[in-house]
Ligand binder design. Structure first.
Ligand SMILES: [Zn+2]
Length: 224
């Protein structure tokens, strides 16, 4: 419910963003918006409070107190996430005329549940608990990005900016220099290294550059 920006003067700047877990987002200029640390701290406190609540006897005074604590921490986490989303969206809308981002719906449809390799035993995979936890983290992050994109769309509309969702397929495995597409271009989560032209960069920056390109193609193909 924060104030929406008034229409802003054109900046001549366009940007693509890649939403991630390690960083909340990376942009096509090589900048990163980290996930808020205070958010993780508050989440850990909330988890501890929920465990404490589960140990309290029904109808007890302690239980009522524990319920209040959980509710208070819940509000705090929610407020911090919202503040962070508002601030991140406002910065983007102030600085750029056009923002391209991945279409979360398409991204979720294409996401295969990836088994987690066990780092201590090459060739084997961690027990289900680990991947369930990763899946949970993933779905919490998805919810955060959904809220962020809704806030971004509202602010962009108020400011007269354009926001465009693009198909995220291959955005993380296409070389921004030579356009070579290969899963091998991404040896690790963070690293992009083109097997064809040797171009090296942060993988999330590469993703954001490709998202911007796809967004501009879509924008130019869409009649105004
Ligand atoms: Zn290349």
């Amino acid at each position: 419910d924060q104030a929406q920006p008034e229409p802003l003067p054109a900046t001549g700047s366009v940007v693509g963003v890649d939403m991630g877990i390690a960083n909340f987002l990376a942009d096509s200029n090589g900048e990163f918006v980290p996930n808020p640390r205070h958010g993780a701290k508050a989440s850990a406190k909330l988890e501890a409070a929920q465990q404490a609540l589960s140990r309290c006897k029904r109808g007890s005074k302690r239980r009522r107190k524990a319920v209040d604590t959980v509710a208070r921490l819940h509000r705090k986490v929610r407020r911090q996430r919202l503040d962070h989303a508002h601030k991140t969206a406002l910065d983007l809308v102030r600085e750029h005329d056009f923002v391209a981002h991945e279409d979360l719906k398409i991204r979720n449809m294409n996401r295969a549940p990836a088994p987690k390799p066990d780092p201590n035993q090459p060739g084997s995979f961690l027990p289900n608990g680990a991947s369930a936890k990763a899946g949970l983290n993933r779905s919490i992050a998805d919810a955060g990005w959904g809220v962020f994109l809704a806030i971004l769309a509202a602010k962009a509309e108020g400011a007269g900016r354009q926001v465009m969702a693009v198909d995220p397929r291959n955005t993380s495995r296409t070389c921004p220099e030579c356009r070579h597409v290969s899963a091998e271009n991404r040896p690790t989560q963070e690293k992009f290294h083109c097997v064809s032209c040797d171009h090296t960069a942060h993988a999330d920056t590469v993703g954001a550059i490709n998202v911007l390109r796809a967004g501009l193609v879509r924008r130019d193909a869409t009649p105004a």
